[in-house]
Ligand binder design. Structure first.
Ligand SMILES: [Zn+2]
Ligand SMILES: [Zn+2]
Length: 275
């Protein structure tokens, strides 16, 4: 982005569409049907996953920081209920990710030897420690690049300790089955982002996954959805006092259902499944 474009984006963010001297651009209002409500609330998956393996491309709705600023100013005076739209959007997005996770798990179950719940729990322990190592390494790398060498060093020491625990957990797991099965049982599905994970992945790959933009992006989307859900409930409380909670839930489910079946979402899912 050029310095000028950067300045413009900054002014947009601060002042919205009404800033002086900005008469060149044809603007629509933030309430317009074509404007992405998730973007107004800084939670559109198209933004969050941009540049990752699951990059969704441009959102079909309008993204404009100046409109977001307009909305932020206006929403201090009035309630727009855009949280409902955004929550529906994210809800159907996450529901699809979870469906893919289930599908991937099923596929694995079909190709890998069946193991008992007890052995599976042992594999799960290795997986948990893998995740911990991946997160610690990713964080240590980030701290190191920011110049926090001492903190990074502390985390690396924690990685060392976790590695020892992992080694033990791996031995317990390995001893619980024949060697051939051990080699075979090497894949798991990430519950957060639905990617396949190698149980025997090396540290580099673990850090790349758990500290990677895609995995972190899905964590962010899930957290934002949770916040929107809380906000949704609060909106229902204040705005529709006369309705019973059950009725509100039905309205909500009905809207989610409509959204999920809409063509727009289907096309997003198709992109996701066949990137
Ligand atoms: Zn969007
Ligand atoms: Zn993941």
């Amino acid at each position: 982005m050029s310095a000028q474009a950067q300045m413009r984006a900054m002014l947009d963010q601060l002042m919205g569409t009404s800033r002086d001297g900005d008469t060149m651009r044809q603007r629509i209002k933030f309430t317009d049907e074509r404007v992405c409500k998730s973007h107004l609330l800084d939670s559109c998956p198209h933004d969050i996953l941009s540049g990752t393996r699951m990059d969704l491309g441009d959102c079909i709705k309008v993204h404009d920081l100046a409109l977001r600023a307009d909305f932020e100013i206006a929403s201090k005076e009035q309630e727009y209920f855009f949280e409902l739209d955004a929550a529906e959007h994210l809800q159907s997005f996450i529901a699809d990710c979870d469906r893919r996770t289930e599908l991937a798990k099923k596929r694995l179950a079909e190709t890998q030897d069946e193991i008992s719940a007890e052995v599976d729990a042992k594999a799960e322990r290795v997986h948990e420690l893998n995740e911990e190592i991946g997160k610690l390494l990713a964080r240590a790398e980030q701290l190191g690049s920011e110049g926090n060498v001492d903190e990074a060093q502390q985390l690396l020491e924690m990685v060392e300790k976790t590695r020892i625990l992992k080694k033990e957990a791996e031995d317990v797991y390995r001893n619980s089955m024949p060697a051939s099965s051990f080699q075979q049982q090497k894949l798991r599905v990430c519950e957060v982002c639905s990617a396949y994970l190698g149980l025997h992945d090396n540290d580099r790959r673990l850090a790349d996954h758990f500290g990677g933009k895609l995995h972190i992006g899905f964590i962010e989307i899930r957290e934002k959805l949770e916040k929107l859900r809380v906000r949704k409930l609060r909106l229902f409380d204040t705005a529709q006092d006369d309705l019973q909670p059950k009725a509100l839930d039905d309205i909500w489910e009905d809207r989610v259902q409509k959204m999920t079946s809409s063509r727009r979402i289907t096309s997003i899912f198709r992109t996701l499944l066949h990137p």
